[in-house]
Ligand binder design. Structure first.
Ligand SMILES: [Zn+2]
Ligand SMILES: [Zn+2]
Length: 226
């Protein structure tokens, strides 16, 4: 005998949005928010082509013109393998720099409440009205904090509605505050900050090493042929 089941709800409760789906910045997210790119991430394709294109042409030229005329196949394969590996490592660091969080400082949805000593202060040039708080509140544009006995001045970001950590800055392209912000690189389409600095330094270093290795290899083969 069938027991009549309770009436099923006609509409399911709304699913909570994940952080990247409610992101206020200009970033582009891929793979369910696992990869975070800058708004100009299309330049990554050009950068990848500029790295991989010459390496492919170099390998083809070395294989077709020089290696066939010299009888050391194992050495030739090893030399080509080194070129291919350094190119792939170079592309890996380029991608890791472009597709990772560079050190974004999470933003507030509303301005922080004024501290006790700020409530009764008269408005001065160093104080501003918050733009997102309700009700409107006064806050200092800069605030001094003590870090290990050293006084550090923190600046308030009116877009992120929070005091930035030391050495942070707001990227106008990505529209985020980034820790240890250095610059926004158009070649990788991403901010260079706290997390991405090491990968960003390794990318041109490996490109430089690969360039000199390829140049040395080409000159050596030309000498052997002449
Ligand atoms: Zn900011
Ligand atoms: Zn940026």
């Amino acid at each position: 005998m069938m027991v009549p089941s309770e009436a099923e709800p006609t509409s399911s409760p709304p699913q909570p949005k994940r952080l990247y789906q409610a992101w206020k910045g200009n970033n582009v997210f891929l793979c369910g928010g696992r990869l975070i790119l800058g708004p100009d991430a299309a330049s990554l394709l050009l950068s990848s082509f500029l790295v991989a294109g010459p390496a492919i042409v170099f390998c083809y030229q070395m294989q077709s013109k020089f290696f066939r005329s010299n009888g050391q196949p194992h050495m030739h394969r090893a030399a080509l393998l080194i070129v291919i590996i350094t190119t792939l490592v170079d592309l890996f660091f380029l991608f890791m720099t472009s597709a990772r969080d560079p050190g974004i400082v999470p933003r507030n949805t509303r301005a922080p409440p004024p501290e006790a000593d700020e409530r009764n202060l008269p408005a001065t040039p160093s104080m501003e009205w918050s733009v997102g708080g309700t009700p409107r509140m006064r806050f200092r544009r800069t605030k001094d904090v003590n870090v290990n006995g050293v006084t550090v001045k923190l600046k308030f970001c009116e877009t992120c509605l929070r005091y930035r950590p030391p050495r942070s800055s707001h990227c106008s392209i990505c529209n985020n505050c980034v820790q240890k912000f250095d610059h926004h690189c158009p070649w990788v389409g991403q901010c260079i900050g706290l997390v991405s600095t090491h990968g960003y330094c390794l990318f041109p270093t490996i490109s430089h090493i690969e360039y000199h290795y390829d140049k040395h290899l080409a000159e050596q083969k030309k000498t052997n042929l002449s």
